[in-house]
Ligand binder design. Structure first.
Ligand code: C2E
Ligand code: CA
Ligand code: CA
Length: 690
């Protein structure tokens, strides 16, 4: 800091003591001597004033009006003579200056007034720039005011807490939403009123905010009410930093989502559980099988598929109600025998899956299978009739494949058991060898077909439900044999998916479909399917971008469909690749929604823009199945709530189209509108457009 030059003090003897005191003022940015009587003028200013206000000391010495002009009118009294002040009094005050460029500069002063015998009065002072601090405080006040306004007029609750998460202020709405009065919360730590299971996530979010990873964090948590109930809240938190960079506190906004959570849970149950037996359905069961497969200790793992013998006959001889009764009883018997309902699932009409994890030897497997056969066997009373019921069981062991493969193996084994006669069990063996031999053969010729361009996209129209106008096409793979025969995916896709051929196949379809789209009208979109191995393939995202560039197709026209199942465990790299493509304008769709083993939360955590209702629900809607109707209705509402686009698949009739439109599905696909064709063209039935 520059030492004042005594000569600059305009002829006055420097008051050493005052100047020294001023100099000693810690962290002074500028030291000054202001003559306040007879007229007001700065008689000394340190050079640093230029950094602060944009004027040099000379500007002030030469033009005293500048000195008077820079002080904010409301703060001028601080610089006047204080008649009551004795020589030893120090004044401390904050004053606003108007800098040369018009900025307001907040300054904190420590100054002492010295009276000289000749009647002159000089104010010796040191000042510090506190603008940043002040504007942060001002912003805080503004913000608080803003929150007060928002929260008094809405159902949202706002909590402000200090650095220790203690509530400093709560909006009045907290009373209607959670039952607490604002006063009763002041001083309480927020984690105190949050469900223990949800506290950790909040803590992690706060840490991420402190590291500056994002501006705000969003999550869901349960808060307690005075009566001890938990209510689900959507939580948006922001941290408020003090000027020195430390944590000053948090602003948390809460919105009541209790009703939404209840609906969501119900919907998830509807989707995941079979209404008749209460058992997990296919999707959830597959997920559980996969979890078991992923465990390191799976030597004792086996999957059993059990099917009620002759159920078709029972349905025909009696009624479907009788068939349902038999299924319920068998389910109960199996639950009883297995002892843990989460090991059981109902995956198809008459089929159950049982996950077993303590059968290490062939003898163990046999013993367990016989035990289950015995448990399920026995009479079931239908009205006054007694029917003898039995099951057939197929057993499969993990063979390096995923859950779906294991389930298929167990099912195949069950069919063998059932074909050989009822009430028996079978291991998958010879059959497996055959299947894998034939898959290998398909893979070999598929590889060749890919090289020879026999693998091509066919195009199924996607229409807008409201007016049956064309929205675009979904590309579906077809294998065009040399003899003119066209194979559908069911005939070869399984083999492709079990090898990395499927990633080549997906690329080929995307590339050829884009080539075709170039000649289509520019408002039409294109959807292609992205299999799980393709999604995980490191080069795929760049491939998509390259292909869009090559063809000049706008990314907003491209829809990429992934199954729920492939979204279950996306790696951070895939997640960010998906985000990047979404940022370009590509839309990610969840295909076959409701059948996989993901949960609804994936829709929020991933950059998903659309939802395709699985064909099975559409079929259910068409046949008046109440559960399908509820699920499709619920999913339409969910999609609306999450601002997702929607396509209902498998529409085969006018009636289902109308019901789905009424539920809020905006687009549709299905044989009613058109099947996949070789050309990217749609020739609708004129009646459709009437
Ligand atoms: P997806 O993606 O759900 O495709 C819709 C399937 O439903 C198509 O069968 C389509 O022909 C069929 N479909 C459409 N409308 C109706 C209808 O009204 N009723 C009935 N019963 N079916 C209808 P497709 O072409 O046999 O494809 C089967 C599956 O194969 C596809 O299901 C998709 O998962 C997979 N797939 C097809 N092409 C590709 C591809 O290029 N890449 C990947 N990764 N998968 C593909
Ligand atoms: Ca699809
Ligand atoms: Ca689909």
């Amino acid at each position: 800091m520059a030492v004042p030059d005594p000569h600059a003090l305009n002829g006055h003897r420097a008051d050493r003591e005052a100047v020294t005191a001023a100099l000693a003022a810690e962290l002074a940015d500028v030291v000054y001597a202001l003559q306040v009587r007879p007229d007001a003028r700065f008689v000394y200013l340190s050079r640093s004033i230029e950094d602060l206000l944009g004027y040099t000391p000379e500007d002030f010495y030469n033009d005293p009006a500048i000195g008077r002009g820079i002080v904010h009118p409301e703060d001028r009294p601080h610089f006047r003579v204080d008649l009551r002040s004795s020589a030893s009094d120090t004044r401390e005050f904050v004053a606003r200056f108007i800098a040369r460029d018009g900025r307001t500069v907040w300054t904190e002063h420590r100054a002492r007034q010295v009276k000289y015998d000749d009647g002159q009065v000089v104010l010796y002072g040191a000042m510090r720039n506190v603008t940043e601090h002040r504007s942060a405080e001002a912003a805080l006040v503004d913000e608080r005011e803003q929150y007060r306004l928002i929260s008094e007029h809405s159902q949202d609750v706002v909590l402000r807490s200090d650095a220790e998460n203690r509530v400093e202020w709560a909006s009045p709405s907290v009373t209607t939403v959670l039952g607490w009065t604002p006063e009763s919360l002041i001083g309480r730590e927020i984690p105190d009123i949050v469900h223990p299971d949800d506290v950790r996530a909040g803590y992690h979010a706060q840490q991420a905010l402190l590291r500056g990873e994002s501006q705000y964090a969003e999550g869901e948590a349960r808060f307690i009410t005075p009566t001890g109930e938990w209510r689900w809240m959507r939580v948006i938190g922001r941290v408020v930093m003090a000027p020195d960079g430390s944590l000053a506190g948090t602003v948390v906004e809460l919105r009541d989502i209790q009703a939404e959570m209840a609906t969501r849970a119900e919907l998830e149950r509807e989707i995941d559980h079979d209404a008749l037996t209460g058992l997990a359905k296919r999707g959830l069961t597959l997920g559980r099988v996969q979890t078991a497969l992923d465990r390191p200790d799976r030597e004792g793992l086996a999957l059993m598929c059990a099917s009620v013998d002759g159920l078709v006959l029972i349905n025909e001889a009696y009624t479907h109600t009788a068939g349902d009764r038999v299924l319920t009883v068998v389910a109960e018997r199996l639950i009883q025998a297995v002892g843990d309902i989460s090991r059981l699932g109902r995956v198809a009409g008459s089929e159950f899956l049982i996950v077993v994890d303590d059968v290490f030897t062939p003898e163990d497997v046999a013993a367990r299978a016989l035990e289950l056969l015995a448990a399920a066997r026995g009479p079931v009373l239908i009205g006054t009739h007694e029917i003898e019921v039995s099951i057939s069981i197929g057993v499969a062991r993990p063979d390096g494949g995923d859950a779906a493969e294991l389930v298929r193996d167990a099912t195949t084994a069950m069919r063998q058991a059932s074909a050989k006669g009822h009430d028996r069990w079978e291991y998958l063996d010879a059959e497996r060898a055959n299947a894998s031999r034939s898959r290998l053969a398909v893979q070999t010729s598929l590889r060749q077909a890919l090289n020879e361009d026999h693998i091509r996209p066919w195009f199924q129209p996607v229409v807008n439900l409201s007016d049956s106008s064309l929205a675009g096409f979904e590309a579906l793979v077809r294998w065009e044999g040399a003899d003119g025969e066209v194979l559908e995916p069911s005939q070869f896709f399984d083999a492709a998916e079990r090898s990395y051929l499927v990633t080549t196949l997906d690329r080929v379809i995307l590339r050829r479909a884009l080539d075709t789209l170039v000649d289509a009208e520019s408002h039409l979109s294109l959807a292609t399917n992205v299999s799980a191995p393709t999604l995980a393939d490191a080069g795929f995202f760049a491939y998509v971008v390259d292909e869009l560039e090559r063809t000049g197709v706008s990314p907003s026209r491209l829809n990429l469909e992934v199954t729920e199942t492939s979204l279950v465990d996306v790696s951070p790299a895939v997640r960010s690749g998906m985000r990047d493509l979404a940022a370009l304008g590509i839309t990610w769709w969840v295909d076959d929604f409701g059948t996989g083993y993901s949960s609804i939360s994936h829709l929020r955590d991933l950059p998903v823009g659309g939802l395709k209702l699985d064909r099975s629900f559409t079929m259910g809607v068409a046949s008046g199945d109440q559960r399908s109707i509820r699920v499709s209705q619920g999913l339409a509402g969910l999609a609306r709530g999450l601002a997702l686009r929607t396509v209902a698949e498998g529409v085969q009739g006018e009636r289902d189209a109308a019901v789905l439109l009424g539920q809020g599905w905006t687009m549709a696909q299905g044989w009613y509108f058109g099947r996949a064709t070789r050309e990217m063209a749609w020739h609708p039935d004129p009646a459709l457009l009437a």
